[in-house]
Ligand binder design. Structure first.
Ligand code: PLP
Length: 295
């Protein structure tokens, strides 16, 4: 079980709230955080089906691609990823460290133009994929499927075991798979809310994808907090760098710039804006994401 770490700061005393960080970045030695939960039950299923290869999809900076490369290697499965951006095809010097590292672990790549990449979920593309790779287990972009969502049950059980009476749980949102899993298995009580911090400018469309995994009774258990600082996905500003530095110095907790630092920034702004009632017991979920960002 990963630690639930209390963090203390004069700001939290001033507003009379209590804050913990669930250190789920420490849940696996190589694959950090939420991407491991998404993969673990899918790996079991791939092996059960006697598949020899994992196939997946992503952009050059995808943490899911990085996680799949490691998980495949550890499980003895070959890995192949369809990567968005055919300009990278014959230009490995332009590859991100995510791609370079995955390639070193044995992952093969097929680069698609942005237009072709958009067709990846079409019936035609998927049927062709199954014909071309009969021994492959196919994971969707971002790693979301029913088994991925189920993978968050253990994390939800941990949280409810470690802190029964939390009032708010914050997490960063990319595709929403992690949020869906937590809402489904945390089973929040009336006075508990799960709050997703979006990391892309457009995010309202995710609500449908998230609720797809839930029952209508739990649609009210969560909401998106409108970002106070609206940023393009992946943009790293001085404010983001500042909060990474502060968390390192005050709490000795590393944050990634794409997801967890943004969540912390938005959370701190909410506190300063007096949006959290006195007595709130807040859990901030550290979803990992550091593998591509360590120097
Ligand atoms: C991928 C990722 C997310 C977003 O998860 P979704 O399930 O896509 O919403 C959040 N944090 C980190 C560190 C990630 O790598």
């Amino acid at each position: 079980m990963t630690p639930l770490q209390k963090i203390n700061h004069p700001l939290f005393d001033q507003y009379q709230i209590k804050v913990w960080i669930k250190r789920d970045d420490l849940n696996h030695p190589e694959i950090q955080g939420n991407k491991w939960h998404k993969l673990k039950l899918n790996l079991v299923e791939a092996l059960k089906q006697n598949k020899s290869t994992l196939i997946t999809f992503g952009g050059a900076y995808s943490n899911h691609i990085a996680a799949t490369a490691v998980a495949g290697k550890n499980a003895g499965l070959t890995t192949l990823s369809f990567i968005r951006g055919d300009e990278l095809e014959n230009n490995p010097t332009a590859w991100s460290s995510t791609l370079t590292t995955a390639h070193k672990l044995g992952m093969q790549f097929k680069f698609l133009s942005r237009e072709d990449y958009r067709q990846k979920n079409s019936l035609k593309f998927q049927n062709q994929l199954e014909l071309d790779y009969p021994n492959a287990y196919i994971l969707p972009e971002g790693g979301n499927n029913i088994l991925a969502v189920k993978g968050f049950r253990s994390l939800a059980d941990d949280i409810n075991y470690q802190h029964k009476s939390w009032s708010h749980l914050y997490l960063p949102v990319g595709t929403g798979g992690t949020l869906a899993g937590l809402v489904k298995y945390l089973n929040p009580k009336l006075n508990q809310k799960i709050i997703g911090i979006p990391t892309a400018k457009s995010y309202q469309y995710l609500t449908k994808n998230i609720n797809h995994y839930l029952t209508p009774q739990s649609y009210q258990d969560w909401y998106f907090q409108t970002p106070k600082i609206s940023l393009r996905y992946g943009k790293i500003t001085p404010k983001i760098q500042e909060i990474i530095e502060e968390f390192k110095q005050h709490f000795n907790i590393p944050l990634d710039p794409i997801y967890t630092a943004r969540m912390m920034l938005e959370f701190i702004l909410s506190v300063k804006n007096n949006e959290l009632p006195q007595g709130s017991k807040i859990i901030l979920l550290h979803t990992g994401g550091l593998q591509g960002h360590q120097t």
